[in-house]
Design a binder for this molecule. Structure first.
Ligand SMILES: [Zn+2]
Ligand SMILES: [Zn+2]
Length: 149
């Protein structure tokens, strides 16, 4: 989605459902789609994730955060929050597991060619989980860092 459209959608939904005094903004999170900042009275949506998400996904994220604003910080993702999320039309789920994902910066390859991705370089040697269920030095993964994403 174009970020201008995301902002427009956020403002429309927040005007309709959010108490006044709340701001909308973008953040740069790579694994969390949205955030409700009670201290700053702001809802933020990850710009890199929104850019590769569909309108339905972005709407779901914004409504999820608005439900947090409406029920208050203390409820986290409890039954009260779930009820409110459902009422607003958001998926009443704590994590948006089917949301878009970004390519991770570290790419690992095992000696037999299996590939995997990680957001951080593992601190020690890791062997390929496809080739062996426990650590085996002959299947150790070689990590390379991708160029700018
Ligand atoms: Zn949440
Ligand atoms: Zn392998």
């Amino acid at each position: 989605m174009k970020l201008g459209k995301v902002e427009e959608l956020a403002h429309t939904l927040m005007r309709a459902y959010c108490p006044s005094g709340w701001q909308f903004g973008f953040d740069h999170a790579k694994r969390r789609a949205g955030r409700t900042n009670f201290a700053a009275h702001a809802i933020t949506v990850s710009a890199p994730l929104a850019a590769v998400a569909s309108e339905a996904q972005v709407r779901d994220v914004i409504l999820h955060e608005i439900a947090h604003v409406r029920v208050g910080h203390a409820h986290h993702h409890d039954a009260v929050w779930k009820e409110e999320a459902r009422r607003l039309g958001a998926t009443p789920r704590a994590t948006l597991t089917d949301g878009p994902s970004l390519p991770a910066p570290y790419v690992g390859t095992c000696p037999r060619g299996h590939r995997m991705e990680r957001f951080r370089r593992p601190p020690g040697p890791v062997s390929c989980a496809v080739c062996a269920s426990s650590f085996r030095p002959e299947y150790v993964i070689t990590w390379t860092r991708r160029e700018q994403l």
